[in-house]
Design a binder for this molecule. Structure first.
Ligand SMILES: Nc1ncnc2c1ncn2[C@@H]1O[C@H](COP(=O)(O)OP(=O)(O)OP(=O)(O)O)[C@@H](O)[C@H]1O
Length: 867
């Protein structure tokens, strides 16, 4: 690992000295002006992205393809034998293909690049004595920052003041056990992993708090030095793209073999070598679905962009595929199903609801044991400030009168928070936790032993209304706390979440709630959002019950439970595992540092963009910009749509390609003149692949997409139905082209005109089949997916191009075509209609058959309820 003498000096010296050397007062931070001046010098705090290849290189790379080499060779050979025009056309087609590939690649990449920048990365920075959230890119050496559990360390820092801090440095050192930090200097020779007094950019604070001074930013950090910065969204291979790439390689080899055979056969029969050579090259180029992997990447990228518009940012491409197959969604309650806008509605003291006057001590505790400001902080704590304000108290004055001397911050594990203000301390948190530590409670006329039964009764009443209940206690350090009372707050469900939960149910996707809140509250909110029919019938398990489950019954009980309450983050991982063992594809939400393992393990880890921690976002496959459950449902819908569109694209492209190749092959085998000559095959291949095939990537979501069960995880991409369709349509294409060609010749037109008819018929059938592909399994007119501008545009453009090919003289010269009459166009129309009807009839027959052979329901369908 790279160590500079400069940073060695920093970790080996006392923190105060380091601050001094960096010219900053640790209590005040830099001044805004100084920070600005330093920013000019140091530049933004980001690791300069590795410059990718320039546009020219990327364009040239489009030619780096064995197929293109063959094609270019064919062009050269054709040219050498005097076929200058054909050679030119081949060259033009190759150039066009490269250009289209270049433009598409750039667009997909740009869309994804833009997305990766949406993820916010802020840091708490002290400047002019005030702590503020500031974009981490603005940090400069000398800045004083505060770090708490959940933060990603925004730059290399020397720790000034540390409270129980632990940092996960695995991104840097590979060591996955979090490291304990302190403000102490260590030996000058210590390696990065042993420098307790420093923290490094990109590592994660897993526990505690610290104040630190920035020592290095941007490219000069340890992480920048070794170029390890975790890039966010990346274009990468997915299981599907890998499968497809393998498939198209295998197919290519087979086709090349067939072409070689055809070449030998043709030459033996006496066809001139150059002519035969261009013919088999056309066969190969026509039949090989060279655009398949690229098209799949484009479809996925479009899916990512569409999802981002619906509030879901996908961090890795395979997630788009997986999303569509999700069978269960495990979601948080607060903020995801509810608005995370809390209002205290009830105060209770001594086991009964009381007026604000009677709950004064409880309200004061809510103000003091609280990190929020009225306009900033944890919504739960803001609600406590507001309730005090509403009761006529002045939070600022209360805080000023009792300055805080110590804090034990809130953690999901302990569910409590403690503050000390000189000789009085306050405790707030989950009712069970606080009660367990109190023996006495405050009543109007003094202190009496805690009436647990009365408290329990009122607590149960409050949670049954879906209220989130916090308990408060006061203590003098060293003695047992006195119970002060309860504040119960309302957090209304999001209306859009209610609709989304319903949509998930009808899509055969189970929704489970996992919350740190009380079982009663969870049960009531579950009923309010429609996650269960009524609160009483909900199957609710608490974290403690979960822990006590016998192993044998664990998976089954988890699968049958809808609400999990008082769950610790560690248990989320167990839940994911149990559901996966039951064959589920699991989406799991999380926002805390401790949720990271569960998010990683889940098939789709979902983190919150607004209220989540960086740690959760790093571990997630998808980030919700609005923290809203409805966005998960929308993403699943898009995921299904993407998968549909992929299948549609493949179902269209394979027969089109095979048909193109087979026209040549069949003619060679039969020893007849070619109905479509090589340059024409190239024309068809290039124009239709782009203007017809790619429109499938833009198909709107089919109606009813969320009314069918999730795709079984193991269903292969190439189903029997798809293969049958490929054979059928390839045959249709070949027959139509040959029939039109022969009929036109018989009618006495020129060879060029007959071939032009064959081309137009071929393209016409491809367009008709494209229409049919808009719904793969059901007759398209019955399952009409709605208007698609892209589809109309694609078909329109293709028609226009065919007219140009047919009637523009220069095209006639280049492509050996000739103007045709009305009779020829009737052939096009007829063939298109017949092909369309045949495919639709085929769907109808198989649809009926499939309905009769009803497949047995999968795990998700079994758990589905009728609503
Ligand atoms: N700031 C806080 N101070 C003290 N106790 C708190 C605080 N916030 C929450 N609690 C207590 O801890 C419990 C668990 O809260 P936590 O934030 O872990 O889960 P949650 O937000 O209710 O649920 P979810 O996991 O659905 O977001 C709450 O029910 C409450 O009793």
């Amino acid at each position: 690992m790279k160590t500079t003498t400069h940073s060695e000096a920093l970790h080996a010296r006392p923190a105060t000295e380091v601050a001094e050397q960096l010219g900053v007062d640790p209590q005040r931070g830099l001044s805004t002006g100084e920070a600005k001046a330093r920013f000019e010098r140091s530049g933004p705090n980001e690791v300069p992205a590795e410059a990718g290849p320039g546009p020219l290189l990327r364009l040239l790379r489009q030619f780096h393809d064995p197929l293109i080499y063959v094609l270019l060779l064919a062009g050269v050979v054709t040219g050498l034998f005097g076929g200058y025009v054909d050679a030119g056309v081949i060259g033009g087609v190759v150039a066009l293909n490269a250009l289209v590939g270049f433009v598409q690649e750039s667009r997909a990449q740009r869309a994804l690049d833009a997305l990766s920048k949406i993820l916010p990365a802020d840091a708490t920075v002290l400047r002019d004595g005030v702590a503020r959230r500031t974009p981490a890119v603005r940090l400069v050496p000398g800045d004083v920052v505060e770090l708490v559990a959940g933060d990603r360390v925004p730059a290399d820092v020397r720790l000034l003041e540390v409270r129980l801090m632990e940092v996960d440095e695995s991104a840097l050192t590979g060591e996955s056990v979090p490291v304990r930090k302190s403000a102490d200097a260590v030996d000058g020779n210590a390696v990065v992993a042993d420098r307790a007094g420093c923290a490094y950019s990109g590592t994660l604070v897993t526990r505690g708090w610290a104040r630190a001074v920035v020592t290095a930013t941007g490219g000069t950090t340890e992480l920048g030095g070794i170029q390890h910065l975790v890039a966010t969204a990346k274009v990468g291979a997915t299981p599907l793209t890998r499968k497809l790439a393998r498939f198209s390689r295998q197919l290519s080899v087979a086709i090349v073999a067939v072409a070689a055979g055809a070449f030998v056969l043709g030459v033996v029969r006496g066809t001139p070598v150059p002519e035969m050579f261009t013919a088999v090259v056309a066969l190969a180029v026509g039949a090989i679905p060279e655009g398949l992997p690229a098209a799949v990447a484009i479809v996925l990228a479009i899916g990512v962009v569409r999802m981002s518009r619906r509030g879901a940012i996908v961090r890795n491409l395979p997630a788009v595929e997986t999303l569509g197959g999700t069978t269960v969604i495990c979601t948080d309650k607060t903020g995801t199903l509810t608005r995370n806008r809390m209002t205290v509605t009830t105060l209770a003291v001594a086991g009964r609801a009381v007026s604000p006057e009677e709950a004064r001590e409880c309200l004061v505790a809510g103000v003091l044991c609280n990190d929020a400001q009225l306009d900033e902080g944890d919504p739960t704590e803001i609600a406590l400030l507001e309730s005090a304000l509403a009761a006529g108290l002045d939070p600022e004055a209360i805080r000023a009168a009792a300055p805080r001397t110590d804090t034990v911050p809130f953690e999901s594990e302990t569910r409590t928070m403690t503050t000390v203000h000189g000789d009085v301390g306050y405790l707030k948190g989950a009712v069970e936790e606080v009660v367990a530590r109190c023996e006495d409670e405050l009543v109007t006329d003094g202190v009496r032993p805690l009436d647990a039964a009365a408290l329990d009764r009122v607590h149960r009443e409050l949670t049954a209304q879906g209220l989130r209940v916090l308990a408060f206690a006061r203590f003098t350090p060293g003695s047992a706390p006195v119970f002060l009372g309860l504040q119960a707050m309302q957090d209304p469900p999001r209306p859009e979440a209610v609709a989304a939960v319903g949509a998930c149910w009808s899509a055969g996707i189970e929704v489970k709630m996992i919350t740190g809140d009380h079982a009663g509250t969870a049960r009531s909110i579950a009923a309010q959002v429609g996650l269960v029919d009524e609160a009483a019938s909900a199957r609710v398990l608490t974290g403690a019950e979960l822990a006590a489950l016998p192993e044998a019954a664990f998976d089954e009980t988890v699968a049958a439970t809808q609400v999990f309450a008082r769950v610790s983050p560690g248990q989320k991982l167990e839940l994911v595992r149990a559901l996966q063992r039951r064959g589920h594809v699991v989406a799991m939400t999380g926002d805390g540092v401790n949720d990271a393992p569960a998010l990683r393990r889940a098939d789709i880890g979902v983190a919150m963009g607004r209220n989540g921690t960086d740690a959760a976002r790093q571990a997630a496959d998808m980030v919700l910009t609005d923290d809203d459950f409805a966005s998960i449902e929308a993403a699943v819908r898009e995921g299904r749509s993407v998968f549909d569109n992929l299948r549609k694209f493949i179902a269209w492209t394979l027969p089109a390609n095979i048909g193109e190749g087979m026209v040549v092959l069949v003619a060679i085998l039969l020893g007849v003149t070619l109905p479509i000559v090589p340059v024409q095959i190239l024309w068809i291949n290039m124009t239709t692949a782009v203007f017809l095939g790619l429109t499938m990537a833009f198909e709107p979501t089919e109606a009813g997409i969320m009314q069918r069960p999730p795709r079984p995880p193991k269903r292969p991409l190439f189903t029997g139905a798809l293969l049958r369709r490929v054979v059928l349509v390839s045959l249709l294409l070949i027959m139509a082209a040959f029939a039109a060609y022969q009929a036109q010749l018989a009618a006495g037109v020129s060879l060029a005109a007959a071939r032009t008819s064959a081309i137009n018929v071929f393209v016409g059938v491809q367009a008709a089949y494209l229409l049919s592909c808009r719904s793969l399994d059901r007759p398209v007119l019955l399952a009409w997916p709605g208007r698609s501008r892209m589809f109309a545009l694609g078909v329109g453009l293709t028609a226009g191009l065919q007219l140009v090919l047919t009637y523009v003289p220069v095209m006639n010269t280049w492509f050996h075509t000739a103007p045709v009459g009305a009779g020829s166009w009737l052939w096009v129309l007829g063939a298109a209609v017949v092909a369309f009807l045949v495919v639709e009839a085929d769907k109808l027959v198989w649809h009926r058959l499939a309905a009769r052979l009803q497949v047995s329901p999968g795990p998700a369908a079994a758990g589905r309820r009728v609503r």
